[in-house]
Structure formats: C-alpha cells, structure tokens
Design a protein. Sequence first.
Length: 354
Amino acid sequence: MNIYSTVRVNVGEGYDVTIGQGIVDGCGGILASLLATRRVAVVTDSNVQPLYLGRVRASLEAAGFAVTSFAFEAGEQSKNISTFGSILEFFARSGLTRKDCAIALGGGVVGDMTGFAAGCYMRGIDYIQMPTTMLAAIDSSVGGKTGIDLDAGKNLAGLFIQPKAVLCDTDCLATLPAEVYADGLAEAVKTAILGDAELFAMFEDGTACANPQAVIDRCVRYKASVVEQDEKESGLRKLLNLGHTPAHAIEKLSGYTIPHGRAVAMGLGIMARASAARGNCTAQCAARIEAALKNCALPAGTAYSAEEMSVIAENDKKRTAAGVSVVLIRDIGDCFFEEVSLEDMSGLFADGME
Ligand code: GLY
C-alpha cells in the first residue's frame, strides 16, 4: 500500500497537494474520487510523454475516464502564444465541456501553459497539476500562477487560477537528469532562506538532496502558508520572488538557454551578496547561502554584467513607476521586500557580483 503525505492549500475552494511514491499508477483512483466528470484531457511534453503518459492513461482508463492527450516540444521556447493556441484547440477537439477537466503532466512549462489554457477555455474549466520535475513539485504546481512568455519577457500573459488538485509522484524525480533535479533545488534553497531554517540546515549538511519527499513537503507547506495569506501577490507573496529579478534578466540574456532554477540560484547568490554589501545581513550569512547552493551543484553568480541585467530588469512585470520591488535578506528565515529605483538597480546588482 502506498503512503502519501497531503498538504492542504486553503485558497478559493481549497485543494490538496498529494505527495508520494506510486501516484502515476494510482492517479485514476485518486481522481475518480475527486472529480464528477469522467472525461479528461492530458497535456504533456515530448520529454515526459514517453516516460509517463502511457501509465497515466492506463490508470485513468482503468478508473473509468475517457482520456485524450496532447504533447508539445519540451522547453521554455514552447511557452508561447502559438503552443497556448494549440492546447485550446486540443481541448475543443477533445470535446471538453465546462464540466470536464485538464491534466498538466510535466514540469513548470507544461503546468503554467495548461493552467492558463484551462483558465481561458470556455471561461474556465478545472485542471489538475501532475508535476514531474523538482521545480514544478516544490514551486510552480502550487499557488495558481499560470501563463506564457511574450517576446517582451517571461510570464507576461497569464492568470491566477488554482488547480483542483496537485498529484506529485516522487518516483518521477528518479528519472530526472542530475542537472534538472538540481535546477529544482534552487527554489527549495530559496524557500529555506525565506522561512525554513531547518530546511536550510539540511542543505548545509547535504541531507536535503537525498530526501526529496521531505524537501517537497516542507516547500509546499511554506508556499501554501504564503499564498493562503496573499493569493494575488499584493504583498507577502512578493517574497517568493527572492532572487527572481536578476534570474529573469539572466534567463532572457541567455536566450533562455540557462534554465530557470540555475538562474534563480545565480539570483540568490547575487541578492545574498548585495544584502551583505548593503548591511542588511552579515557576510557570513551570504557565505552560508553560497555554500548551500554549491552543495546542490548550483552556481551562485553570473558572468553577465550588472548593467546588462539592470536594463532587462527595468522591464520586469513587477516594475512600478517608482522602480522594481526586490527581496533582500536580513538572515536565514528573515527576508523583506523593498522598492529599488531604476537608477539604483545597476548599483544593487553590482553589489551582488562575485
Ligand atoms: N513562484 C513564485 C510564486 O508562485 O509566487
């Protein structure tokens, strides 16, 4: 018998994040007891399709579901208006009605685009997140942020729409290439810096990397507590963007060849050093963060210049007339956000250079 852990996210109607082994083969039974419909449309990508789609489909069909599926080319370059349109057309071809349900089977790109399409199709149908990467499991599948990239930048079109459930099979993580697994850990290190000193200690002593279920469980619990207080990022949720202003700039400067998690790791290193340089935290705190990143085989800095990054950050969607809201660090478990003027952005990043 499989033992799953469950984290409740009390936003909107509320939903469970179910975490454990064997969920790919057990998803049909879980969803049969949750959903009224017996028609589902699964969206996945070219990496995940050969690994898990057949097993997910078999489990769903055994539980009585009629299943259609669609796979797009894996990668951030697919997260665009064209693929989004193809997903909507797939829903229509599948004959989905307002009462039916979409399933996102894959990493962050699959989850973000499927959620956005589900939120738009017939003005909104239910969707399930089935994350298969560490990054999706601990961050993007929870909290209802969905969207696509535009030429002008990442995630510039999207919706806040919460999933009906998140089903996270930790066995999927075993098939991830080492660098993709490490990529996801960057968001976990971010969570630990924001609000989980015990998790941070697990990154310092090296026990976190071998214990994905505990890491996912702790990260999801922290994220749930934040989005329950601030679903639409009017305040507290901005903290989850720690490291993300430089990270988004790095991703864009690299033409999206640097994956999100690696860019977040670089952004965390930059913001840790900048916080220390500005007297917000100690140099020792910044050094601990750099060491924790390195323990996960993640970088803590970038070769892009502060000037190059600040030009991109000026177009960040979190920008206001006054500047860009960035998250700074006082200590492990104690972060705050501050408006940084566009003039000061380059100086802030320069303070964070290695
Ligand atoms: N990934 C940040 C958030 O969900 O707010």
